[in-house]
Design a protein around this ligand. Structure first.
Ligand code: NAP
Length: 337
C-alpha cells in the first residue's frame, strides 16, 4: 500500500521532491501540501495534476488522518517546529537540511525522538546516497588503501547570489561535506580551523572567497576542504582519500569524451541539482522503503545535530582564525552507527 505523504513547503526543493515522489519513485503518493504562500501550494498540485489537499495550517496537515509521513521542505527557521509536531503526532518525517537552525534546536528534536522511543526522523543529507560516495566508502571499508590518513576535498560553485555571505559557505555549502565525510570515515571531528587564501577578484566585497576548512578527526585523520563559490568554471565536488597503502578518489560524474577542434575534452556540470539528482531520488526512495520495512536507516536527527555543532565551531573558527575544538556529547546507543 502506498505511503501517503504530506509536504510542508512548496518552494524550489519542495516542488522537486513532490515531483519525484509523485512521478519517479514507487510506494508513495503526495496527498497533502502546505506553504505559507497558499497559491504556491495550489500551483504545484495543479501543474503536476495531483489529487492532493491544500492545507493553510501546516499543523492541520501534520494531524490529518490520511497523512502517514511528512516532508519538511519549508525554509530552515521553520523546520524545528514542524519536525517536533510530526514527532508529537508519532509520524515519520523527512526534513531537508538544516534539521534546525541552532544546535540547541536540533538537540530538542533528538531528545523528543529518543523520548518517543523509535526513530522517526531522516535529515535530507543526500550525499551518502550518491553512487560515487558509496563506491568510495566501499573502497575505504574494504581496507584496500589502508587506514585513511588525509582527505583533500573541494566544493566549488561557478558563482553565488549577491546575498550569499561568508558564513553561508559553512551553513549552506560545507554542511554537506561535514555530513558526508564523517559518514565516509566513520569518525567524528575533533577540531577545526579556517584559513583564507588570497581573495578572488570575482567575489563581492562582503564575501571572503575562497576559504579552506581544516578538520582533525578523533582518529587523527586530517581533512582539508576548499570552499570556493566563485570559481567561474562550474559546479565541482572533489574528494581524494590518501590511505596508508593507496589513494582513492571520488569518481567524476559520467560525461561523454569528445575529440574536436584539436582538443580532447569532457564537460563539467554547472548546476548542483544535476550533480546530485540521482542521489535525491535514492534518498527519498530509501525513506519510503525503510518506512515500509519498519525502520529508518538514513541520516538521523543525531547527524543533523552533530552537523549543527560542527558548523557552529566552523563559524567560530572563521571569526577567530584559531583552532576550535568540536565538542560533541557521546553518541547515544539509540543512534548507533
Ligand atoms: P525556497 O525556494 O525559498 O522554498 C521554501 C518554501 O517554504 C517557500 O515557498 C516559502 O514560502 C515556504 N515557507 C517559508 N516558511 C514557511 C512556513 N512557516 N510554513 C510553510 N511554508 C513556509 O527554498 P528551497 O531552496 O526550496 O529550500 C528549502 C529548504 O531545503 C532549506 O532549508 C534549504 O536549505 C533546503 N535545501 C536542501 C538542499 C539539499 O541539497 N539537500 C537543496 C536545496 C534546498 P515563501 O517563499 O512565501 O517564504
Amino acid at each position: 500500500m502506498a505511503l501517503n505523504l504530506g509536504v510542508i513547503g512548496t518552494g524550489a526543493i519542495g516542488r522537486e521532491h513532490i515531483r519525484r515522489c509523485s512521478k519517479v519513485l514507487v510506494g508513495a503518493k503526495v496527498v497533502a501540501v502546505n506553504d505559507i504562500n497558499h497559491q504556491s501550494a495550489v500551483d504545484v498540485i495543479t501543474s503536476l495534476q495531483l489529487d492532493a489537499q491544500v492545507y493553510d495550517d501546516a499543523h492541520e496537515l501534520v494531524k490529518a488522518s490520511n497523512v502517514d509521513a511528512i516532508l519538511v521542505t519549508s525554509w530552515g527557521p521553520s523546520h524545528e517546529e514542524f519536525v517536533l509536531a510530526a514527532i508529537a503526532a508519532g509520524k515519520p518525517v523527512f526534513c531537508e537540511k538544516p534539521l534546525a537552525v541552532t544546535a540547541a534546536g536540533c538537540k530538542r528534536i533528538v531528545d523528543a525522538e529518543i523520548k518517543h522511543g523509535k526513530r522517526l526522523v531522516q535529515v535530507g543529507f543526500m550525499r551518502p546516497f550518491d553512487r560515487g560516495y558509496r563506491a568510495l566508502k566501499e573502497v575505504i571499508d574494504s581496507g584496500e588503501i589502508g587506514e585513511p590518513l588525509m582527505l583533500h576535498c573541494a566544493h566549488r560553485n561557478a558563482s553565488v547570489a549577491d546575498t550569499y555571505s561568508t558564513d553561508m559557505a559553512i551553513v549552506d555549502t560545507l554542511i554537506h561535506e561535514i555530513n558526508v565525510l564523517s559518514w565516509l570515515l566513520d569518525d567524528d571531528y575533533r577540531t577545526v580551523q579556517v584559513v583564507f587564501p588570497r581573495k578572488t577578484s570575482k567575489a563581492l566585497a562582503h564575501l571572503r572567497d575562497p576559504q579552506v576548512v581544516l578538520f582533525e578527526t578523533h582518529k587523527g585523520t586530517r581533512i582539508d576542504v576548499e570552499v570556493f563559490v566563485n570559481c567561474q568554471y562550474g559546479y565541482d565536488i572533489q574528494c581524494e582519500v590518501v590511505g596508508e597503502t593507496g589513494i582513492a578518489r571520488l569518481p567524476e560524474p559520467s560525461s561523454v569524451q569528445t575529440r574536436s577542434q584539436a582538443r580532447l575534452s569532457t564537460s563539467i556540470l554547472t548546476d548542483w541539482k544535476d550533480r546530485f539528482i540521482e542521489a535525491y531520488d535514492i534518498e527519498l526512495q530509501a525513506f519510503i522503503h525503510d518506512l515500509a520495512a519498519g525502520e529508518l536507516t538514513g541520516p538521523s536527527a543525531w547527524d543533523g545535530y552533530t552537523a549543527a555543532v560542527t558548523s557552529d565551531a566552523c563559524i567560530l573558527a572563521q571569526k577567530s582564525g584559531q583552532i576550535v575544538p568540536i565538542e560533541l556529547p557521546q553518541r547515544p546507543a539509540f543512534y548507533a552507527r
